[in-house]
Design a protein around this ligand. Structure first.
Ligand code: FMN
Length: 401
């Protein structure tokens, strides 16, 4: 059901407590999500965004309880991705003559998905749409996170509708940031940034600075997923600026997979050495075959360095490790350091291949890696502890630009 967030703006989205997979199987979530759509009533009425296709009929029914659909004058599509536009066909079948305001790239994406010739109106940064008592100002935000992405700003209520930027996959009974568990909110926001926005960090910084330079007062930030930022709304903007500047904490994360536990024992001994050399560092270990990879990417995002390990199988690495390396290549983390390790039986290709792929993914690879034959004996374990310690020393001495 709709929920009034100001005298003129209602949230008319859908809270989805159930979904655990997003973008196919790519993004896993623990806490569901919401698809946020907003109804803005001036003298004229605009609907900003819609919801995901499976909830289309429910969305339209609820919207009809909020307003006679004929009273909607404009539709704004900030982003064409189906989690926000999937309900448009159901809505447009009722009000097919209503204009849809969006970027030129969004028209391409909506036409490409729904093959409909709706009344599209192309908007650019600075264009305004009068709702009589207040205005919507459009701000293109290409690659945050698709070429079509756009924000819009409501002048009277001083609300920034930021679409996917500043969002989180978090289902909650509350709509506002000050009413939910702060640790959960932070965890979901950083996970979202790490997994969706990291590749576009330079654009994030540029866009935020551009918006801040406009000096628009912002009383609320309404993203298209999760919680609305009403208490100190600029906190998430400032946090994004920090995350966009190659964020790292004093964390070293060890990612590995193993068939017969040799590589696991190496991982644990490397961790022991790292902890001994830098007790203040957070050290976390993930068997990537058994871990949630979206969570793992958030841990990599927080790390200043990672170690990646695999046993050698059929002259290569285990497929779970290859998948994580491919994921990290796409996310293009900056200014992070790395090394490879792993157990092997005779040819031992995995470590060299992991080092290569870490380098290709933009990590500064600090050494040739550590390979040990079969399941390490006491001497092998001691070597892992020693290498863990020396890795910390290398971290201190190596400056990565
Ligand atoms: C199916 C299979 C294929 C393997 N292929 C290779 C190989 O091509 N080269 C190699 O050096 N070792 C190979 N090994 C040996 C493992 O790398 C070795 O047993 C190693 O100690 C396993 O490490 P782990 O205990 O971390 O799984 C293979 C083992 C298995 C089970």
């Amino acid at each position: 059901m709709g929920f009034r967030i100001t005298d003129t703006v209602s949230w008319v989205g859908k809270v989805d407590w159930e979904t655990r997979k997003f973008h196919g199987e790519e993004y896993t979530m623990q806490r569901g999500t919401s698809y946020n759509a907003y109804l803005v009533r001036g003298g004229k009425t605009a609907l900003i965004d819609a919801v995901w296709g499976p909830f289309a009929e429910e969305f339209v029914e609820n919207l009809q309880k909020e307003i006679d659909l004929d009273e909607i004058d404009f539709i704004v599509a900030n982003h064409g991705e189906t989690d926000h536009s999937g309900a448009l066909p159901a809505l447009m079948s009722r009000i097919s003559d209503r204009p849809i305001y969006c970027t030129a790239n969004c028209i391409k994406s909506l036409k490409g998905q729904y093959h409909q010739d709706w009344d599209f109106r192309t908007v650019k940064t600075g264009d305004k749409l009068s709702l009589e008592s207040q205005e919507l100002i459009f701000i293109e935000a290409p690659m945050l996170h698709w070429p079509d992405s756009m924000f819009c700003y409501l002048t009277g209520d001083k609300i920034l509708f930021s679409n996917d930027a500043f969002g989180q996959h978090l289902a909650a009974e509350h709509r506002f940031n000050d009413l939910v568990d702060q640790a959960e909110l932070y965890q979901e926001a950083i996970k979202y940034y790490a997994n969706i926005l990291t590749p576009f960090s330079m654009l994030v910084e540029k866009k935020i600075k551009e918006i801040l330079a406009l000096n628009l007062p912002v009383e609320m930030i309404c993203p298209s997923h999760g919680i609305i930022w009403r208490q100190d709304p600029l906190q998430i903007v400032n946090t994004y600026l920090k995350w966009a500047a190659a964020w790292q904490e004093n964390q070293i994360t060890i990612l590995y997979d193993t068939m017969w536990n040799g590589t696991r024992r190496m991982a644990e001994s490397l961790a022991e050495g790292i902890h001994a050399a830098d007790p203040s560092a957070t050290v976390k270990l993930y068997n990537v075959a058994r871990s949630d990879k979206t969570e793992v990417m958030a841990e990599v995002f927080k790390s200043r360095a990672i170690l990646v390990g695999s046993s050698t199988i059929n002259r290569g690495m285990l497929s779970s490790v290859a998948a994580v390396l491919e994921e990290m290549r796409g996310l293009a983390f900056k200014k992070k350091k790395a090394m490879a390790f792993g157990a092997y039986g005779w040819s031992g290709e995995a470590v060299r291949q992991i080092s290569q792929r870490l380098g290709d993914a933009g990590f500064a690879v600090l050494n040739d890696g550590l390979r040990l034959l079969w399941n390490p004996d006491d001497g092998g374990i001691e070597e892992c502890v020693r290498v863990g310690k020396s890795f910390v020393e290398q971290l201190k001495s190596d400056v990565v630009s």
